[in-house]
Ligand binder design. Structure first.
Ligand SMILES: Nc1ncnc2c1ncn2[C@@H]1O[C@H](COP(=O)(O)OP(=O)(O)OP(=O)(O)O)[C@@H](O)[C@H]1O
Length: 633
């Protein structure tokens, strides 16, 4: 039994529990702890300074109260005499209230002390705000860098994903994960990271001060808070599936928009704009509906917690007033406590109010991590084979392949292409012609058998190395936003202008490019500078020519172009193929006739092979195919 087989039968070690999405989001921030620490310290400083405010303001209230009471009392009397007098007159409660402050009979409000107190409060609040500003700036830098890194990871991941991932997922959906979801996560982190830290620190600090002022009142606050938190958690849990659905709908809408936009002309030509709009309306409606449903629940969190905390506020005010009346607390003390209880509730309301955003951000993060967790293409061998010069001998040896697990396409296909030879691949639609090219370029790996380049198994090479030896010209004339020169140079980054022009000349591009006002610097935008289909094809041929690959995979375009351009394309293709092993998915009789080897495919298998004359003489599948399908030129 082979080692891998034994390993497969061995009892599997328990898989480590995957980290939660929230844990992974925090993991994104961890590399920036050098900034997170000062960020937390600034937050703590800002909170500590703000915490002193109510204490000092309570002291100011007591100072004013003591002054007002003192001014109305006869000078010379001692505070004890005044209190005894009031009690004797049956004004015990008033005496209790007055007893809590330092009254000096005959003396008014100490304006100097009051001014100093208020000035200190202003300075504290000012410094506290500056600390908060610094904290916000640091948070912004941390979030920007963390998301920058995430974007780079996602981009790198896309390059490592196998083609089958893109087959199974609409492009717009993938795009939505890469753009909308990453942006939403960034927005969420930006809005919440500082707040979460502050909320926690603030709640701890406020609790400590509240306990110092009054244990009894603190108990009231402490009972109401878990109720509010439990309520928020309960509502949040109910909202979660709806929030996830909302981001799924966003992805579906993006996929639809991308599909319609990329097929804009066909949608219009087929008069299906109405249908497209109907579908758009359906997706838009679904997105709107899921947004409403998510908001309907998560929007309850803030009002519900606010209500519980307001009830708590009333209780504190009532019990506090009773404590003042009994002379066990000062008015300023109760005032400070009420302010603190508000401050204690605020972080909870804050967390509750951004919980909708938080959930939405986590849902987006989940979608981004899902993409990052997708299985990748098998990695390149640790020590890859590297061919110094490629002759161009290609061999498919007993290759089996299927796109879908239960739909085999190729079974034991073998095929050899000698260096520098032209192999024409023909066959009815769906025969597997494109698949042959896909396998050679390792867009997919065979399930069985091997593909050899100059005798070396292509899986022993890196994909980049292999692909750099093969030029691909597909039917889709893919040109990107950039100049014509840049589009040609895509085949060989760093090519000089002379090399670009030489490739353009060889591929009959030079003549029509020179006629353009900006020549090679003509920018190809969305309508590709008004170039014809044939001209675009010629540019893609020039791109392949410049790359000088040893092997060529060429899918002859079937789109009809005018006779002159057609002749130019033919001429360009002949020059392009010269001296290279070329696999041409042939649609033209001229290519087929001149081919060194014609491979006739049907149902994923090679059903016939030989030269044009041989196959025609055989009078088999090829001959029938030629008469019915390929004799169009
Ligand atoms: N990504 C894919 N996922 C699943 N099945 C696929 C995929 N690509 C191709 N197929 C299927 O594999 C078979 C061979 O497809 P292939 O594109 O190689 O045929 P072809 O001979 O190039 O056809 P055509 O001339 O129409 O381009 C077809 O049945 C096709 O439906």
């Amino acid at each position: 039994m082979s080692a891998p087989a034994r390993a497969a039968l061995a009892p599997a070690a328990p898989a480590p529990k995957p980290p939660s999405t929230t844990g992974r989001v925090l993991g994104l921030l961890l590399p920036h702890r050098a900034r997170l620490v000062p960020m937390a310290l600034l937050g703590a400083a800002s909170i500590a300074l703000n915490l002193l405010g109510p204490l000092l303001l309570g002291r100011a209230t007591d100072l004013i109260f003591a002054g007002l009471v003192g001014r109305s009392l006869p000078a010379g009397a001692t505070p004890h005499e005044v209190l005894e007098h009031l009690r004797a007159e049956g004004k015990g409660t008033l005496a209790n209230v007055i007893s809590t402050v330092d009254v000096v009979p005959g003396r008014g409000v100490d304006m100097r002390e009051l001014a100093v107190l208020l000035a200190v409060v202003v300075v504290l609040y000012l410094v506290g705000s500056l600390c908060m500003l610094g904290q916000g700036r640091l948070a912004a830098v941390v979030v920007q860098r963390a998301v920058h890194r995430l974007r780079a990871d996602v981009e790198a991941k896309l390059a490592r994903l196998p083609m089958s991932y893109f087959d199974a997922n609409p492009r717009g959906e993938v795009l939505s994960r890469v753009t909308n979801d990453v942006d939403n996560l960034q927005r969420t982190l930006q809005q919440t990271i500082g707040q979460v830290v502050n909320s926690v620190l603030s709640a701890v600090g406020v609790l400590a001060v509240m306990l110092m002022i009054s244990v009894e009142l603190s108990v009231i606050v402490l009972v109401s808070v878990p109720v509010a938190v439990a309520l928020a958690a309960l509502i949040g849990k109910r909202a979660w599936p709806r929030v996830q659905q909302q981001w799924k709908s966003t992805g579906e809408l993006s996929a639809h928009v991308e599909e319609i936009y990329s097929g804009h002309s066909l949608v219009t030509a087929f008069g299906r704009r109405e249908l497209a709009e109907e579908r758009f309306d359906e997706h838009n409606e679904a997105m709107c509906h899921s947004g409403h449903r998510a908001q309907a629940v998560s929007g309850l969190v803030a009002p519900a917690t606010r209500f519980v905390l307001d009830l708590n506020y009333v209780l504190v005010a009532v019990v506090g007033a009773l404590r003042v009346a009994s002379g066990t607390m000062t008015i300023g003390g109760v005032q400070a406590f009420i302010q603190y209880s508000g401050m204690f509730g605020r972080p909870i309301v804050d967390v509750a109010s951004f919980s909708a955003q938080l959930q939405s951000g986590i849902a987006s993060a989940h979608r981004v991590f899902e993409l990052l967790d997708e299985p990748e293409e098998p990695p390149a061998p640790a020590v890859p084979e590297r061919l110094s010069a490629v002759r161009g001998h290609v061999e498919f040896s007993n290759v089996s392949f299927r796109y879908l697990p239960d739909e085999p396409l190729m079974e034991g296909l073998s095929l050899t292409a000698e260096p520098g030879r032209l192999v024409a691949i023909v066959g009815p639609t769906g025969a597997g012609k494109t698949t042959l090219g896909n396998l050679l370029l390792r867009f997919y790996d065979p399930d069985g058998g091997r593909i050899l380049l100059d005798g070396v198994d292509t899986t022993a090479m890196t994909r980049e190395d292999l692909r750099s030896r093969i030029g691909l010209v597909s039917q889709d004339t893919w040109l990107f936003h950039g100049t014509i020169a840049e589009n040609i140079a895509y085949g060989r980054p760093g090519a000089t202008r002379e090399e670009i022009v030489a490739a353009a000349r060889a591929m009959c591009v030079d003549r029509f490019v020179r006629a353009l006002p900006d020549g090679y610097d003509t920018v190809l935008d969305d309508d590709h500078g008004g170039l014809s289909a044939g001209e675009k094809q010629l540019i893609t041929l020039a791109r392949a020519f410049l790359a000088q690959p040893a092997i060529l995979v060429l899918d002859e375009a079937t789109s009809s172009v005018d006779t002159r351009t057609e002749a130019l394309i033919q001429q360009a293709m002949v020059s392009l193929r010269a001296g290279r092993t070329s696999f041409v998915i042939a649609h033209r009789l001229s290519t087929v006739r001149n081919a060194d080897l014609i491979v006739v495919m049907d149902g994923g298998d090679v059903v016939e092979r030989g030269t044009h004359t041989e196959l025609l003489a055989r009078g088999g599948f090829y001959a029938r195919l030629l008469h019915h399908r390929l004799d169009t030129p």
